[in-house]
Design a protein around this ligand. Sequence first.
Ligand code: R7I
Ligand code: MG
Ligand code: MG
Length: 304
Amino acid sequence: MLKSKFLGCLIGSAVGDALGSSFEGSWVLEENRIEENFSGRWTDDTHMMIGVAESLIMNHGFDGNHMAQTFIKNYEQEPWRGYAYGPPQVFRWIRSGVDWSQAAKRLFGGAGSYGNGAAMRVAPVGVLYYDDLEQLRSVAYGQSQITHAHELGKEGAALQAYAVALAVKADMSSQLEPYAFLKELKDFTINDVYRRKLETAERLLGEKDRLRVIKELGNGIEAHNSVPTAIYSFLHCPQSFEKSLFYAVSLGGDADTIGAMTGAISGAYVGIESVPERWKARLERRGYIEELAEKLWLIKRRLQ
Ligand code: R7I
Ligand code: MG
Ligand code: MG
C-alpha cells in the first residue's frame, strides 16, 4: 500500500500539472471542459519535481548543491517548460559562481521569492519523510532555499509536503475527516499567514460558490494564494482523485500548479490504482516518473 501511495503521489502531481496546463491564467471554468485538451504533457512544475526526486535518490537524502545542479541541468535541456522569472535567474547566478544557498536571496530586491515554485515540486520530500516531521520540514526548506528564500515561499513548500505526508499516513478505508486534516496542518505551520488561510479553508468547507473560494483562498502564483487552495481542493472530495482534480483546475488562475499540488496530496491518499487510467496512459514520461517513485519507496524501506 505504501508503494501505491508513493506512485500515486508523483504520478498524481504530474497528471494534475498536465490537466491544468491548458488553463494556466484562465478564469474560473466549467469542469466538463477540462479534459477536452488533455495531452498528458506537463510543465516546469513536474520538471522540477523530477529534479527533486532525482537528487534525493542519488544522495539518499538532501544535498543542496547537487539538487541545484540537477535543476540547472534539467532546465538547460528543456528551458521551454514554462518556467517563471525567478528560477532561471537563480540558475544563471549559480552558474556564474554564487553559492546555491545564497543565490535565491538576491531575487525581488533581496526579499527572495514567495512564488509557489518551491511548493509545486515538493511531493518527493512529502513521501520520503512522511513519518519524520523534523526532516520533512528541514528538507522542504532546504530544497526551497535553492530558488525561494522568502519565508512564505519556504513555509508554503513545508505545508504542502506535510499535507502529502498526512495523506500518505491516512488510511483510505476509514473516511478522511477534513476538519481533523486541517487542524493538523494548522498545528504544523509556524506562519500566521498560512494559519489564517487554513482557518478560512475550514470555514469554507462545503462552499458552493467558486468565486468566493477564489476570493478568500486565492488561485494565484504566490505560495500563500495557492497551497491552501490545493489543500482545500483535495478536501473537496478526498475519496475521489478525479473530482478533487476537476475542482482544483476549475478554479482557473495558476491551474497547472494548483492541479499539481492537489494531485500530489490526492494521489498520496488514494494510491496509484485510483488515478484514472485514461490520464495515466497519456502522461508524458509516465514510466520514468513511476521509476522515481519506486526508487524513493525502496530508499524509504531501507531507512526504516
Ligand atoms: O515560484 P516560481 O517558480 O513560479 C512558479 C509558477 C508556477 O505557476 C509554474 O507553473 C510556472 O508557471 O511558474 O517563480 P518566481 O518567479 O520565483 O515566482 C513567481 C512570481 O511571483 C514572480 O515572477 C513574481 O511575479 C511573483 N513574486 C514576487 N513579486 C514581488 N515580490 C514572487 N516573489 C515576489 C516578491 O518577493
Ligand atoms: Mg507550470
Ligand atoms: Mg503554474
